[in-house]
Design a binder for this molecule. Structure first.
Ligand code: 5GP
Length: 193
């Protein structure tokens, strides 16, 4: 998506070869108009799929995902990173290795909000090694629901997340695919330019 790529080029900061900072429009401050346009692009890609719910993981996936939910006219379910005592045994739980924090954490969702056979669109801000997306996918599976597609805002194609998701044979759409990062340098995959 050209507008997103332009925004990444003008405001994104490659901290090193692995991490891109996009705090000015996605992860800290949010460009709401851009979120709406990204949701439209995702809707156009997947509008022929039957989607009952959008599912994301807190916290950075929420901004784009809520616009997607609105566009598809379905609820948004936010996967929690905290194991809540209140939710207790009424939850599905999985484990994720965090790329940015280099630690393992648990994710949970209330059984009330993911039901068997519901058709799910998983949305997240970044696809890196795919752990977050696979964790969400696992919760969807535990619920007996069906992941119809993955929509990622920024994919770092030099990491292996896409390959892992592709092995599930579920459609993946990334709005910007980054081929290479280096300090002060951001290169997109050619097909995306
Ligand atoms: P994965 O689980 O695919 O390895 O990493 C995805 C998660 O890590 C995303 O939800 C995102 O929050 C975070 N993440 C991974 N890479 C980056 C990055 O380069 N920049 C930022 N801001 N977040 C990232």
């Amino acid at each position: 998506m050209k507008k997103l790529k332009d925004k990444i080029l003008t405001e994104g900061k490659a901290l090193n070869e692995h991490v891109l900072k996009v705090d000015s429009f996605l992860n800290h401050q949010v460009d709401a108009n851009l979120m709406a346009e990204m949701a439209e692009a995702i809707y156009q890609k997947f509008k022929n799929l039957e989607i009952d719910k959008v599912v994301t993981i807190e916290s950075s996936g929420i901004a784009p995902a809520i616009y997607c939910a609105q566009r598809f006219n379905v609820p948004l379910v936010i996967i929690k990173k905290q194991v809540s005592l209140i939710l207790d045994d009424k939850v599905y739980q999985s484990e994720v290795i965090s790329f940015t924090k280099q630690k393992t954490y648990k994710i949970t969702v209330s059984k009330e909000f993911l039901k068997p056979n519901e058709k799910i669109l998983i949305v997240d801000d970044f696809l890196a090694n795919g752990q977050a997306a696979l964790g969400v996918y696992d919760l969807v599976c535990q619920a007996g629901a069906i992941t119809k597609a993955f929509a990622m805002i920024i994919e770092k194609s030099f990491q292996d997340g896409r390959a892992k998701l592709e092995s599930l044979n579920i459609p993946i759409y990334s709005l910007a695919r980054i081929k290479r990062l280096a300090p002060s340098q951001i290169e997109f995959l050619e097909e995306e330019i």
